[in-house]
Design a protein around this ligand. Sequence first.
Ligand code: EPU
Length: 420
Amino acid sequence: MARIEIEGGYPLTGTVAVSGAKNAVLPILMASLLTAEPCRLVGVPHLKDVTTTMELLGQMGVEISLGEGFDVGLQAAHLSTHTAPYDLVKTMRASILVLGPLLARAGEARVSLPGGCAIGARPVNLHLKGLSQMGAEITVEGGYIHAKASRLTGARVVMDGITVTGTENILMAATLAEGETVIENAAQEPEVVDLAECLIAMGAEISGHGSTRIVVKGKETLAGYDHTVIPDRIEAGTFLVGAAMTGGHIKVTNVRPDTLDAVIEKLREAGAHVVEGEDFIELDMAGKRPRAVNLATAPYPGFPTDMQAQFTALNAIAEGTAVVRETVFENRFMHILELQRLGADMQIEGNTVIIQGKSKLDAAPMMATDLRASACLVLAGLVAEGKTLIDRVYHIDRGYENIEEKLGQLGARIRRLPVS
Ligand code: EPU
């Protein structure tokens, strides 16, 4: 298994471009199932989760062609199966996103239950409840969700909790349902909005996306799409935190600063000078050590859970004490135990971690446990004294495109070691 080696102590400086947003790309690729017509998605990052999604769609009969750079062509003229098998679903929970579009288009879907996960239980009960309110007959047997509906019917779906992929599944299903669907307590994440914009380009009638109430008027059929995906706000945020931790000065391009409000606010609180342009963010830490920042994760527009691990790394070397509360997932603190191995002073109390900032961390071997935890360990490696080795970096390849190249371009001493 590949490992990453980082020699700490070099501030991040320079310019880096952000890739397309993983969590927008995945549902939009799945949306190709809603139409027999050709679709084209531009700005698709080279990520493991993208490859897994294409493999899943390919197995279902979707014809996929890779363009010159970062564009992907898809056509689901005929579907050969309505099953998403365990061997693919287990490697990527977002596979659950086939459920809504497949059921709406084919009248039937068999999707393996995703199972447990390193960051929490992550059930899919709200996806299933919403689809059954729209008339789907759903059974769970032998580890598979089996959903059937000759045609879904519009319904008022009140989500008991805010769920991103749950909202996306119901939204996609509703575009081909008969009548009107209202999703109450919908997720407002920019990735949900991007999916809705793409569906609108396919001919869907959607309003209210970006608010907690989305209204969809179902259509008999949808057309194909030609869509450019939004930039990845979490990748952008990760680089910015890296610069703040190392006392650096960077410009992140191809970003949507308006999708990073909560993150930028915390970076300013940490002492960074941040300038927001139309499609760039410049952060200057002027060689200073960051100040500790308290935060609590929440659904958008709150502070993103996908940035929590990176900010715990920042707090590990910040001046002062920070309290970080995770409210979205119940077990998203695996990285804390790894950071402690570098000498970080952190105490977990329930869903809260109390961090006493240290003036330095010492390099040690660490192990990545999930995607964002891996990013946090890489950031810690940038400041730790000595050479940090991070194992199981396949987690990071699920969501960060060429991370070592991009960080290397910013002056980090980072390299991937060959499989030993
Ligand atoms: N939940 C339920 N029942 C459901 C669905 C969710 O109880 O049916 C709970 C979850 O257990 C969790 C909370 O609701 O406690 C929120 O989970 P959500 O469904 O919003 O998460 P998700 O849709 O599975 C997406 C992102 C995650 C991101 C979360 C929260 C994708 C593909 N994944 O997951 O991204 O952390 O929203 O913003 O969009 C990542 O990129 O590293 C990642 C984990």
